[in-house]
Each structure stands twice: as structure tokens, then as C-alpha cells.
Design a protein around this ligand. Sequence first.
Ligand SMILES: Cc1ncc(C[n+]2csc(CCOP(=O)(O)OP(=O)(O)O)c2C)c(N)n1
Ligand SMILES: [Mg+2]
Length: 728
Amino acid sequence: MDRADIVHENFLRRVAGRDLPAGRPPEGPLTAAGAAEIFRAACVSRALDRQSRVMQRAGQGFYTIGSSGHEGMAAVAQALRPGDMAFLHYRDAAFQIARSRQVPGQDMAWDMLLSFAASSEDPISGGRHKVLGSKRLSIPPQTSTIASHLPKAVGAAYSIGAARRWRPEHAVLADDGLVFASFGDASANHSTAQGAFNTAQWTAYQGVPLPLLFCCEDNGIGISTKTPPGWIAASFGNRPGLDYFACDGLDIFDSFRTAQRAADVVRARRKPAFLHIRTIRLYGHAGADVPTTYLPRDEVEAEEAQDPLLHMVRQLDQAGALTPDQALQVYTETAAEVARLAERAVTRPRLRTAAGVMAALIPPKRACAPSNGPDAAAREAAFGSDLKQMAEPQPMARLITWALTDLMLDHREIVVMGEDVGRKGGVYGVTQKLQQRFGADRVIDTLLDEQSILGLAIGMAQNGFCPMPEIQFLAYLHNAEDQLRGEAATLPFFSNGQFSNPMVLRIAGLGYQKGFGGHFHNDNSVAVLRDIPGLILACPSSGADAVRMLRTCVRLAREEQRVVVFLEPIALYPMRDLHAEKDGGWMTLYPDRAEVIAQGEVGVHGAGDDLAIISFGNGTYLSRQAEPALVDAGIKARIIDLRWLSPLPKAALSRAVEGARHILIVDETRQSGGVAEALMAHFVEAAPGVPLARLTAEDSFIATGPAYAATLPSRDGIVAAATALINR
Ligand SMILES: Cc1ncc(C[n+]2csc(CCOP(=O)(O)OP(=O)(O)O)c2C)c(N)n1
Ligand SMILES: [Mg+2]
């Protein structure tokens, strides 16, 4: 027999026989009516778990990970407010159901059955996944990647304090709210989780407000690997900046009382706390997992004998809330009702087409109050002596600083965060003076942890800010890329566009730093960014373009709720000259504030028909350097600056190469997984018959010293490749 059926039969038999497990009597502020509410929520959760298995066996449900054993979390929900944003562990159906009972007009059993059935009417994911979540209940859906929701929970909690100082137009969290984030005992060990705890502690340690309640649901095991007994208490019981509370999830009175105390501390003192709740895990990890294959049967049975629903029946009786017979009736009626609802849920429409699935990749646009921009005096005060320099052409780094200054003047909700972005003004000075201009609230020197930087951005974005996080070097995105790939980019997708985390992530990257840094500081791969559905990847090659593109990127984030990555070519930050020393050929004027480059608009230099060179970043600069040699060789070329690396601006590219007799792609990223792969494929499809070649970086890491550019495309290499292509 399925263990779910065994647990069910045990429940019926033991309640009927008044054979209830021993435990502490009810104690504390939970009322009899409140306890009955928690039990009702727990019964819905239990019935849904069982129903999901029935549905899967019938081919009508697609995922069965359950909450049985964790029903005590309903008491934790009861101790919070429905507006307290909750980033939930996948076992928190009972929490979600209990919360839904605090908000009028909810039918959570029906909603969740639609999700089990993968119906397009599922109100959270639109049929894309069986996932917990609800817009009305402030429960953003979470992916299954362990602990990856914790960094953004820290960010969301931080945003509450920030919004108390200045409230963004699209803020959703209450000033006196808190953020709740739950996870399993095994997940607590994940480096992502540990990073989030540390960031919360580091923040609180300095007295910065951070109303965040962590909740570890300790069932003693992660799939088949046991947590050493006492580990969670030993590890979390005594950490600086993190108050520790422990309760027994089998005792809803204790759980409610302790969760309420913890929440009170978090809310009143705006400090993070750690709630350690003991739970058990019934019927193994998920549908196909049979716990008796790796645990002794008597151990499994001993755990089943502690069914939290049986403990609730005992406590409800002791509290005078429900007799065991009444509780049994609630249990059976709930199961029958859930089964009835399921029959209808499986008849509801499902997603069938690619277009249907993809409809939520890009979040909906939102209305933003118009900004008139700052008055001249405010601008003068912010820019100071920089205003005079605007009359002269400048290198890219300075123009980006100015663009950031104007954008931050225009849009109060923009917040910059990263390692060394504030006091120092960034490793390359790009964020220089921003902290003096806008304060440490808006230009945040974070601790050294990229996951936390992105988590801060995601969390603040969910509360209406427009974050512009910075990753110091492209190479250091990689230890945090899941925050972008798995979290930021997927949120609109599986919340059916209801939740979003718009941001513009600035990353300094690519190669060609003369003799500096080797592959640590010259990473020339963007493969990890290019294939993220919905993500926009921009890369300017000149200062003026950078300014105009950055304005568009911010508009895309603010108004279209997009996740945008702005890749800044480090080697071009200080670049002044193009062909000869002191020619100033690569400096540009600061573009008028109204000037923008639209997403998907490519840059075209020259009008030659012999050859179209397609490039971006440093490659565009080198191609421009190659131009005189091409002219000398009698090759009339045009140089097309891609600007938008993902999604590829296919229509604009096709227009830009019209009439060109050859196409050369110059790509400073690696041959494998590089941008050229996509461009080659595009032109094979879109310009068949036009001779096509590519010059890419080698499949190598970059060296430091004299060979710093040896593996990368060069000006001479471009000339050689162009000549070879034309003479082919
Ligand atoms: C980053 C990551 N690694 C591995 C997994 C696979 N996985 C899913 S749940 C799980 C165990 C989690 O155990 P615990 O945190 O104790 O939660 P429980 O299931 O016991 O409630 C693992 C290893 C995952 N989802 N994400
Ligand atoms: Mg566990």
C-alpha cells in the first residue's frame, strides 16, 4: 500500500479509537477558534497531497511533492499578516491555505487543484507548474532550486526600510510589514542560504533595518541524507544579529506562540530572526520516492505515528475547539470536497502551444508616473563642475557616470548597489561621485557576495525600486548567475506575469585590458546570458551609445518590467583615440538628454557594399581601426555595431546588411558558445548565398602580460579575414 494511504488509514483508525499521540497540552494565545482554523487548513493541505497522487495515477496531475508532516506551518501563517511577503519552501501548502483563510474571497483548494492539473486557469502560474504562490496573498512563486529564494528575501526585507525613507510608486510592502522566508533543514546548509543568513546578519549587525523572519522546517532529512541531530540548533542558536526561536511543529499552540513572538521581535525591532520549527516528513520526499528503500521500516512507522494531524485532534479536544468526532468529520468532508473539486479541475483547459507557454516570458508593461526631470538648479547641484566638461568629448567611463547621474535625478526609485560602488566609485570610477550626489541609501556599498547583490536587487525590485546592481567583473557573475537565470528571469514566467523584478544589471567585462588581469578580469564569454529567455543583453561600443542605450535599458526596466544586462567593455572605458595618439577619435560628447537608442536598433558606420562587418564592443572599435587598411586594399566596407546581443536584433541586422556582397562577423567572445554562432546561423537563414565568415576569439582563457590579446581578434586579423573572404 502507498504510504499516503497508510497514513490516511492510521488517521481514521486512531481518531475513531481515541488513540491519539501524547504531547503537551494547549498553551498560549492561540484561541480555540484559531486552532480550529489551523486544523481546517491542515486538512485541506493533507487532502490535496493525497489528491495529487490520485491525479497523477490518472495521468491528470504532473507533480506530487507534498506538505504532509509540515501542516504545523499553518500556525506560523496564522501568526503573520497576509501582506507579509512570504518566500515559501515547497512544503508550505498548509501555510498558504491558512493565509488564504485570512483574506476574503479565496478558494485555495480550487486554485491549487488547477495548478496540479496544469490548467491554464491556475491563478499563479497559468498552468506552467505545480507551484505555490498567490499575488493576492503576497506569495511570489519559487523555483525548486534549493535556497535560491533566500537572497531576494533579504533584499525584499531591506526594501521595507528603504521604502519607509522614500516610497516608490510601485511599492507593495507595508511600512510595518515583514518578509518571511522558509526552507528545509538540508537546504539551510546550501552556500546560497548561508550567504543570505550572513548578509542578513551583516546588515543587522550594523543597525540597518531588516525585518526578515527565516523559518527552517526541520524534518531531519533531505531526500535520503539525514541532518545530524541537533545541527540546526547548534548552528543557528547563537549567531550575531540573528535571534533564534525554536518550536515544535507538531504542537500548533507552541508554533503559533513562538512564531508570534518571533514576528513581534522582527516587526518591532526590524531585525532578522530565525524560527526553527520541528516537522516530520510523511510519505518520503516526493511522489516516486519510497522512504523504506533507505530508512528502516520501523523508523518510517514511528514517524507516521507522530502525524501532526493526530496531534492537532488531541489538542483541539483538549482546548475545547473540536471533539475528535467533529475533527474526523472536518477531515473526511474536506477530503470529499477536494475530490469533488478535482473532478472539475481536470476538465479545465490546459496550455497546449508554444505561444501559450511563452506568453509570460515577458512581463506586462506598467504605467509609470511621468517624470519631468530635475530642474536646472537640481542638475547643477548634482553635476557641479562636471557640467562644464560636458562641452568636450569624453571617454566612455565618464559618460556612463553622467548618464547614471541624470537617470538617478530623473527617477528617484533607481538604486545602485555593488562592491565598492559607493565610497570608491567603482574599480574603474564609473560610479564615482554617485554616493556623494545621491547618498548611501541610493548608492549602496554591499558586502562581498554577488548572490547577495543580485538578491538585494531582486528583492528591492519586487517592492517597486528600480535596481541597478553592478557586478565588478564578468568573471564574478558566474558564482551568482542562478540569481539571474533561475530567479530574476523566471519570475514573470511562472507567475504568469503577476510578479516581476525589473532591473538593469551593469557588468564590467570582456577582454583587451593591456597586460592587466588575465582571465580573472578579462572574461570574454557571455554564453550564460545569451540563452536566458526574456533577458535583454546590451553592449555598447562608444560612450555616446552607452548613454543612449542605458536610457533605453532603464526605460525597459521601469516601464516594461524587464531584466536587462548592460555589459560594459572595460577596455573601452578610458579609450580616447582611434587611429593615432591624441586623435581623440573614440571620445564622444554627452548626448542630449532626450536622445536614446531603441532596443534592437543597430549602429551603421559607412555604406560600402563590398563588405558588411558585424561586431560589437571592442570588436567594433577594432573594426573601425581596420577601416583605413580596408580602404587601402580597395574594400568598401560598412561596420555594423550590434549593440543588442540578446535577443538578436534580426530585423535591423537584415536591413543593415542589405546590398552587402560579403558578411564578416568579428566576435571577441569565444568561438564555442560565442555571439558569432548565433549571427552565423541568422545570416545562413536570412541572407542565403551571401559569402559569410567569422573571426572570433580562440577557445581559450585570456593570458596576462604581453599575450593579453593573443587569443582575441585584432585589427590586422580583421583586415586579413576581410581580404580572405573577398578573395574566396
Ligand atoms: C540547488 C539544488 N540542489 C539539489 C536539489 C535537489 N533537491 C530537491 S529537495 C532536496 C532536499 C531538500 O531537503 P530539505 O531542505 O531538508 O527539505 P525537505 O524536502 O526535507 O522539506 C534536494 C537535494 C535542488 N532542488 N536544488
Ligand atoms: Mg528536510
